[in-house]
Design a protein around this ligand. Structure first.
Ligand code: NAD
Length: 327
């Protein structure tokens, strides 16, 4: 693997473009490839965030000199596997099995590096974990559920649990504010899928106009309760608490970048002396979704490189490893 890690970002939407900005501030990692539905761009000397940003609203295939139009840009990046050390998956996960199928494609295509996703749904993370044997045999180190929730907040719960001999509950409540839904289409669609009367299949089939109508009905605000979020299965697999004791909800304002509520993770447990207490982890209100998701994903990417170099392959969750802050 190269000294400065060569990163490919799959998906050039809200998260993908912000990942390009974050990577620009890292010396140990360099963005070399990015793709979207219309094609891909590849430059081993590095792709700037300005180049990616200039393609917003169209496709990265339009980036002068390095962009190429393609109807299967993921396959094109698989073909570039020897030029890539790490892959961040910033693609929509609609339907549920889409990202697991992309990971399988990368493994079967001969990629041998590190992969990180910011998957949200319980079922999707279960499918990713089901790929462990294939990925281990392919010499891939994959960290799944490595965004904000699941991700940063789940890892915080795993850390908080250490004070206790029994964990009774984990409650995650998040606030997200974005200026307009257009900036994070997949994220907003996937959140609508959690509302009563909706499903992953249903939102995948809805047009943009129908999504806008749903948002209009709610004044742009989505209130989410008892979400099917993989924080539950991740903490259960880590042996910390059974999934039924993990609750995730939140408020997403799609018309205002200010957070509607602070994001918190509250873990209640009983200590070895028999005392019941609650640890609370609160994110700073000024931190955006992009900062919390992408920062965590890069930390896990860096941890992935560390484990990969030591021959540890397969699928891990955000509660199995600590992220390692990259310079
Ligand atoms: P987006 O809709 O803004 O962008 C998606 C990008 O993927 C676009 O560039 C699109 O062209 C590209 N794309 C779609 N299908 C493709 C295909 N078949 N081949 C190549 N490119 C394709 O998405 P977003 O709002 O940035 O969200 C990305 C993902 O991140 C979502 O799945 C979302 O759930 C997840 N997310 C996770 C967390 C977390 O905390 N875990 C938080 C926010 C978002």
């Amino acid at each position: 693997m190269a000294d400065v890690k060569r990163i490919a970002v799959l998906g050039a939407g809200g998260l993908g473009r912000n990942m390009a900005r974050l990577l620009e501030q890292k010396k140990e990692m360099r963005l070399v490839a990015v793709c979207d539905k219309g094609g891909y761009a590849f430059d081993p000397t590095g792709i700037s965030s300005a180049q990616v940003e200039a393609a917003a609203g169209t496709t990265v295939a339009n980036i002068p000199c390095i962009g190429k139009t393609s109807s299967d840009s993921i396959a094109d990046l698989v073909a570039l596997r020897s030029e890539i050390d790490g892959v961040f998956l910033a693609l929509p996960n609609l339907p549920n099995e889409f990202l697991p199928s992309v990971v399988e494609k990368l493994a079967r295509g001969g990629f041998q590096g590190v992969m990180v996703d910011a998957l949200k749904r319980t079922r999707a993370v279960e499918m990713m974990v089901g790929l462990n044997d294939l990925l281990a045999a392919s010499r891939i180190t994959c960290i799944t559920g490595a965004g904000a929730t699941p991700g940063l907040l789940t890892a915080a719960a795993a850390l908080a649990a250490q004070s206790f001999v029994e964990v009774e509950s984990v409650e995650i409540y998040f606030g997200v504010g974005i200026a307009n839904w257009d900036a994070y289409r997949a994220t907003v669609r996937e959140d609508i899928a959690h509302l009563d009367g909706f499903s992953v299949e249903k939102v995948a089939a809805m047009s943009d106009a129908e999504i806008e109508q749903e948002l209009e009905k709610r004044n742009g605000v989505l209130e989410l309760v008892n979400m099917e979020h993989a924080d539950d299965v991740i903490l259960e697999m880590a042996g910390i608490v059974s999934r039924d004791k993990v609750k995730v909800g939140g408020v997403v304002d799609t018309r205002n970048p200010r957070k509607p509520v602070s994001t918190t993770m509250k873990l209640t447990g009983v200590t070895f002396e028999g005392k019941r207490s609650t640890h609370v982890f609160t994110l700073g209100d000024e931190t955006s979704m992009a900062a919390n998701v992408n920062g965590t994903a890069l930390g896990y990417m860096n941890a992935g490189f560390w484990y990969h170099a030591r021959g540890l392959y397969g699928v891990f969750t955000c509660a199995d490893l600590m992220p390692k802050w990259p310079h």
